[in-house]
Design a protein around this ligand. Structure first.
Ligand code: TNX
Length: 726
């Protein structure tokens, strides 16, 4: 079939290019349904005029802006680039014809025309994305016929935990649009921030949009010492909605309810249950801050909030959250208990269904439908016009589909782009550690979705949660790009086209065409790590990605050198390699010996008491982390004493969790002792951690806190990572 022809294009091209005059088939991503080669060519030059059908002027402007062309509805003749709709094609479908005398893009609707424009971009030199397409460009004549596999092709961005404002958001909207992603799910409120102006309750953003400093909202994650935040005014949001709409993207707002509501609970404490709440400080995941479902006034406030969202957002759906609700606080609330009796409920958890039902009714009054996280349909009480986002697992997705709900399939283990991509990179790991290849390989049938349930799949969505992103700034301004790309490319391929052509063919298009496009887009995407090997007294490295350069640096030195040949060395573990291609970068890797650790006899003590459940012994066995019983105050200490003096090339001491720096010793210093008696101050803590490179033997190390409470009820202590002298 034509599709197979397309998939094989790069291979064929490599083999036949020298002999055949046929131009190669285009490496469009996501792949179109069919491409047919026609005779002749068309020269796109500065004289080409974009000619839109009435109503498509915004798309003509969009296109003209990238190509520097004039747009004139009256000049549909020879040499024109015609944009028109042809409803028979269906939603978002398009036909792109490059003919000797003209280019035609016919879309089933505006979305289809937009998708046709994106395919045209991919037939042009990559510089089109930088608005520097060198004209004239000679294009081979062809006909592309294309339509999406799924109507829902989404990306969720959590702008609540880390504030992502209008400017960067516009950039991500562009990047999604280039990939034919058509839904932007904006997570606008969570424990750590409220990001959308509600005119009838300005305090929600005026107070809740900022945390730390003099705000009643406590600081969290990496932003301890400043008042941090921001929010979208309704005007700004309206502009973003319009900006996205031109780009065939619908913005779906989410307010996470009734859990993940610590932020609004600081602004309106009365929304909580009527019992003495546990007031111990805690950061994020503060599951105690759920709205009280039995408090009637809460629904008035929610009507105000949701009513404004319904008026502001044209999307037929409003996402009302519903994940990770801790029902124990309801079980202790007298009003909730009375409500449970009234409803004949034996479990407090059932109250969530009633709460969500009330919200669905509010939305219905405003002509909208609810979208929810999968936990909200466990009780099956919400109407089957509710759209479910299945995130926890494939089982959660299958359950929602089996219960009859249209479901956006987004299990974290394939679609959460906040997960790290290899074990030593940054990111969460609770769901899985995976790269673009795993996302691409996602297969509904292999995951047990069949028959009727397959038809209920609304589509796929990628997600980026940002509770830890905030702590990557300003050191890693490329972090979000790096986490999203190229995993988002695989998401787009799956949702638009499917993965029937297989990884190798997809990867071929990615490395031979799409990396260059992403470079022109200015995306700081992730490349595959280099393969590092040793032998014959040298260390060698190879880039898996076509056209990628290998670079290396030596331990303790930040200067990178271009790798040209194996490096002769008797200390291969001292070298770290990475690859570069355009704006792409791989992670740094070294030889396995670099990462080997030793576990000398250790005793851990602290001044903050020992958690009964997660004891010091965990660390002494180098098994897992330990917890203290109290948070850290100035002068508090953590002491690591070794049974015998340890010689090592590096010792990494870490408090908190790598991805969630919430349980760290926020600020402090480190002292080292050679004899266990006399200590010398050698370093400051950075984000709760320190890397020591001791010159002599170490008998003991002590972390001393200068922090006035870390905002959490305890400190987590990780086992030291000790790298032997090699
Ligand atoms: C689970 S996904 C959450 C989020 C976290 C995320 C981190 C979901 C509906 N809840 O609150 O940010 O994991 O990966």
């Amino acid at each position: 079939m034509i599709r197979t022809l397309l998939s094989a294009c790069w291979l064929c091209c490599a083999v036949h290019c020298a002999a055949a005059a046929e131009p190669p088939l285009p490496a469009v991503l996501p792949a179109p349904r069919s491409v047919t080669q026609l005779d002749g060519g068309f020269t796109l030059d500065a004289a080409t005029v974009v000619c839109p059908e009435q109503g498509l002027e915004p798309l003509a402007d969009y296109l003209s802006d990238y190509l520097g062309l004039a747009s004139d509805a009256a000049r549909a003749g020879e040499g024109a680039l015609v944009l028109r709709t042809e409803p028979r094609l269906g939603a978002e479908a398009y036909e792109l014809r490059i003919l000797p005398g003209r280019i035609e893009i016919a879309g089933g609707d505006r979305g289809g025309v937009f998708c046709g424009i994106q395919t045209l971009f991919q037939l042009l030199p990559p510089e089109v994305y930088a608005r520097r397409c060198p004209l004239p460009v000679r294009l081979a004549c062809r006909e592309v016929k294309d339509a999406p596999r799924y109507a829902y092709r989404g990306m969720m961005l959590d702008v609540a935990r880390t504030w992502i404002g209008p400017e960067p958001l516009r950039r991500y909207i562009d990047l999604m649009a280039y990939h034919k992603i058509n839904k932007l799910h904006l997570h606008l409120a969570d424990d750590e921030g409220w990001r959308i102006e509600i005119l009838s309750h300005p305090e929600l953003t005026e107070i809740g949009g900022f945390r730390g400093g003099d705000s009643p909202v406590r600081p969290v994650y990496g932003k301890w010492d400043e008042k941090y935040g921001g929010y979208f005014t309704q005007r700004e949001m309206r502009e973003l909605i319009d900006y996205a709409a031109v780009r065939n993207i619908e913005i779906i707002p989410e307010i996470d309810l009734p859990g993940h509501s610590r932020n609004i609970a600081r602004v309106h404490p009365e929304i909580l249950c009527r019992y003495t709440p546990d007031t111990a400080p805690s950061n994020g995941y503060d599951l105690r801050s759920a709205w009280c479902p039995a408090r009637e006034e809460n629904y008035t406030l929610l009507e105000d909030i949701l009513g404004e969202l319904c008026a502001l957002f044209p999307s037929p759906y409003i996402h009302i959250g519903g994940d990770e609700v801790e029902a124990s606080q309801w079980a202790r609330c007298p009003d909730c208990r009375a409500m449970m009796r009234r409803c004949g409920l034996t479990e407090a958890r059932g109250l969530q269904d009633r709460f969500m039902e009330r919200l669905a009714a509010i939305l219905a009054r405003h002509g909208k439908l609810p979208a929810v996280w999968n936990e909200s349909v466990r009780g099956r009480r919400l109407g089957r016009d509710t759209r479910v986002h299945g995130w926890e697992s494939m089982k959660a997705c299958r359950d929602a589909l089996a219960a009859g709900y249209p479901t956006v399939v987004m299990p974290a283990a394939w679609f959460y782009f906040d997960m790290r991509q290899t074990p030593r990179e940054e990111g969460h790991d609770w769901a899985a550690v995976f790269d673009v290849r795993k996302t691409y390989g996602f297969d509904l049938r292999a995951e047990g979705v069949t028959g009727e349930e397959l038809r209920r799949v609304a589509g796929f969505e990628g997600a980026f949660w940002s509770e830890a992103y905030v702590s990557h700034e300003p050191e890693r301004p490329d972090y979000l790009d790096y986490m999203l790309f190229p995993r988002l490319c695989a998401l787009a391929e799956l949702a638009w086209h499917g993965n029937d052509e297989g990884w190798e063919a997809f990867y071929d298009r990615l490395q031979h065409a799409h990396y260059d496009r992403m470079s022109a887009m200015g995306v700081r995407y992730r490349l595959f790590p280099p393969e590092v090997s040793t032998g014959g007294g040298a260390v060698a490295a190879k880039a898996p990605d076509a056209g990628a350069e290998v670079w290396y640096r030596v331990d303790g030195d930040t200067t990178a050198h271009r790798y040209v040949r194996p490096v002769a060395t008797c200390g291969p573990h001292r070298y770290l390699f990475h690859t570069r291609r355009g704006t792409g970068r791989s992670p740094e890797v070294g030889v396995p010996a670099r990462y080997r650790t030793i576990t000398p006899g250790l005793r851990l003590t602290t001044s903050m008491g020992e958690s009964a459940r997660i004891p010091y012994a965990n660390v002494e066995r180098y098994a897992t982390f330990a917890r203290t019983a109290h948070t850290c105050r100035p002068g508090d200490w953590i002491l690591y004493e070794f049974a015998a003096p340890v010689r090592c090339r590096e010792m990494v001491l870490q408090t908190g969790n790598r991805q969630l720096p919430k349980t760290i010793v926020t600020t402090g210093y480190v002292e080292v002792s050679a004899d266990g008696l006399n200590f010398e101050r050698v370093a400051e803590l950075e984000k709760g951690s320190v890397v020591l490179r001791p010159e002599g033997p170490v008998r003991a190390v002590r972390i001393v806190s200068t922090a006035e409470d870390n905002g959490c009820a305890y400190v987590t202590v990780q086992p030291p990572r000790i790298l032997p002298v090699l």
